[in-house]
Design a protein. Structure first.
Lengths: 325, 294
């Protein structure tokens, strides 16, 4: 039996159990926790998009709050201006708009890389932030916009439980598509580019296409997450899309572990679910986030996800050794 | 004629603010040259120092010349402390790790600043009188602006003398050119790193005192300080004269645009300049283009 099959069954069972637990969440927990679980789902999508760029393609962006904002504003504007606007269309419009802008931003990654690219994306994020604030005819300016619950035909997702299932399903779809993308030749091209641009190019991977595509897909994910976020919190303003939010996005993937999807999920849960559980914690959240980030980079360079992965595989190895004897 | 006077007036104002940008840009460049790290915590360090100055001025009623000295000294040691506890571990680490660590340090300092002092807005009283007086040709200036300008220029002059005429300055310049060669020549490289951090933090504290009276002092002020990063990039990262040129240019440009065009153009301009400079001419105005080798 080869190694992959050996791993496959426990994994599938585990996933089913986790899935079952998540689906039963609303029954066990109150409204507030359902809301927290929904937020986690949104951040998992964000983390997926960020990880695609930072973890798999090796390009760090501190401007992704802008895509989050584009998706959120697209949803908010469409749903309030046009009553009964179907939500899948609104989410897709938001996602593809941010993908388009992400594609264009991707061209800056052709001219620079590393820290300079991070600075360029800061600039982009700040510009978009100003647009959100100043274009008040469209975005409501600093006062923000309120968002109508997601609607399709006569169905409307209003209660927090309906909202949770709605977000959960979209998260699952995006997750499935993303996992397939990563193991496809596109995902391998991203990784090859991260390892060495020059050797990737010599294998026939187009720098232009791959880098812009990485930016576009990651912007698409973050944009859709932004749309869901707008539906979930029902009111958005430019503060929700400031530089600090973009930094938080990066922190999630770095703490979770670059290039591991499970890491992104762990990062999203640790940084955004735990704070919700402690009342009065928000004052200190920034310091704790900073301290966790500092600790992880200095002592666990693979991130929490990477370290857990290694610990788990070590455990697995010792267990399988036992059974061989 | 009146129009020309107004433009000249705005250029003067811009240049004054630009000098403060230049000071902070120098902080970025000093650390970058010595340790190859772009310190995203610089803004927070400046804000922290400015809050210290606020306490000295408002709570302890010290005269401003003492405030400058005490704040500079405290910030110097703060900078050295941050270097020796955190950033020394990152020598040779990938650039993005160093970047994220500086972001983390920034978050910690920002939150600590809020908890030690306040998350609310404060006003730092200006170190010099802000009563305007007339100059020939219809220009007006205030002692505050002259004071900011002269302190900023004095700091730059002292820094240049320090870098070019003293042994410590020589070792900083040697380290920034080639760390390994400097180490082989007997330069105490790790001391150079901590001096660079101390110097950056200290200069940042002066810049903070100078700019805070023109703004509102709160933990969010770091965003304004971050504009100095634009100045540093515009001048060409790693070039001190470039940082000064970039800072003044940015201040003047921002002020002129803010006067004659709607406000949103001014807000977007700074970041648009940053984006364009990085994409079109990453070496900046006075920087040297780095060639990448396989």
């Amino acid at each position: 039996m080869n190694r992959d099959q050996y791993y496959a069954w426990p994994k599938i069972i585990l996933y089913c159990l986790v899935g079952l637990m998540i689906i039963r969440v609303p029954i066990f927990f109150g409204d507030y926790f359902v809301f927290v679980f929904s937020i986690i789902c949104v951040y998992i999508i964000v983390a997926f998009g960020m990880n695609l760029l930072a973890g798999y393609s090796g390009m760090l962006s501190l401007g992704h709050q802008a895509f989050f904002g584009i998706g959120a504003y697209a949803v908010a504007i469409l749903s309030t201006r046009i009553p009964g606007f179907p939500f899948p269309v609104a989410l897709l419009i938001g996602g593809f708009l941010s993908a388009l802008i992400g594609y264009l931003l991707g061209f800056s990654a052709l001219r620079t890389s590393g820290v300079y690219l991070a600075i360029a994306t800061i600039a982009f994020g700040m510009i978009m932030g100003e647009i959100f604030t100043e274009w008040s005819a469209l975005t409501g300016g600093p006062n923000g916009l309120s968002v109508v619950p997601p609607t399709i035909g006569s169905i409307q997702f209003k209660s927090s439980v309906e909202m949770f299932y709605f977000i959960l399903i979209i998260t699952a779809i995006l997750f499935f598509l993303g996992m397939n993308l990563i193991s496809s030749n596109i995902g391998r091209a991203f990784i090859a580019l991260r390892e060495s641009e020059i050797s990737a190019q010599s294998y026939g991977i187009s720098l232009v296409k791959t880098k812009t595509l990485a930016f576009a897909i990651s912007a698409l994910y973050v944009g859709v997450a932004g749309g869901l976020y707008a539906y979930l919190i029902k009111y958005i303003s430019p503060i929700d899309f400031s530089l600090l939010i973009g930094i938080e996005f990066v922190v999630i993937v770095v703490v979770g572990g670059l290039g591991t999807i499970s890491g992104s999920i762990i990062g999203a849960i640790i940084l955004f679910a735990l704070p919700q559980l402690f009342a009065g914690f928000t004052d200190w959240q920034e310091m704790v986030t900073g301290a966790v980030l500092l600790f992880v980079i200095l002592f666990l360079p693979e991130g929490l996800g990477g370290s857990l992965h290694r610990a788990a595989s070590r455990l697995w190895a010792s267990v399988s050794k036992e059974t061989e004897h | 004629m009146e129009f020309l006077t107004e433009i000249a007036q705005q250029i003067i104002f811009g240049a004054v603010i630009g000098c403060v940008y230049a000071l902070v840009a120098i902080c970025f460049v000093l650390i970058y040259k010595a340790t190859d790290i772009i310190n995203f915590a610089q803004g927070e360090m400046v804000v922290f120092s400015t809050f210290i100055s606020y306490s000295l001025v408002v709570t302890y009623h010290l005269p401003y010349w003492q405030v400058f000295i005490i704040s500079f000294t405290i910030s110097w040691f703060m900078g050295m402390l941050i270097e020796s506890t955190v950033f020394r571990r990152l020598i040779g680490a990938p650039h993005l790790n160093a970047l994220m660590v500086s972001v983390a340090v920034g978050m910690i300092i920002r939150n600590a600043t809020g908890h030690i002092w306040t998350f609310d807005d404060l006003r730092l009283p200006p170190p010099f009188s802000d009563k305007v007086f007339q100059l020939p040709l219809g220009l007006v200036v205030s002692p505050l602006f002259i004071g900011i300008l002269s302190v900023a220029i004095a700091v730059m002059v002292v820094l240049f003398i320090f870098l070019n005429k003293t042994k410590a300055g020589l070792s900083i310049r040697a380290t920034s050119q080639n760390v390994n060669a400097a180490r082989l020549m007997g330069v105490p490289v790790s001391r150079v790193f901590s001096i660079s951090w101390g110097l950056s933090a200290g200069i940042g504290s002066i810049a903070g005192i100078l700019i805070a009276p023109l703004l509102i002092l709160n933990v969010g002020m770091f965003i304004v300080i971050l504009k100095a990063l634009v100045a540093a990039v515009l001048g060409g990262f790693g070039s001190l004269p470039g940082a000064i040129l970039g800072g003044i240019l940015l201040g003047v440009l921002e002020n002129l645009v803010g006067t004659y065009l709607p406000n949103w153009v001014k807000h977007i301009l700074v970041w648009a300049i940053l984006l364009i400079v990085i994409i079109v001419m990453p070496q900046g105005l006075l920087g040297v283009r780095k060639q990448k080798r396989v």
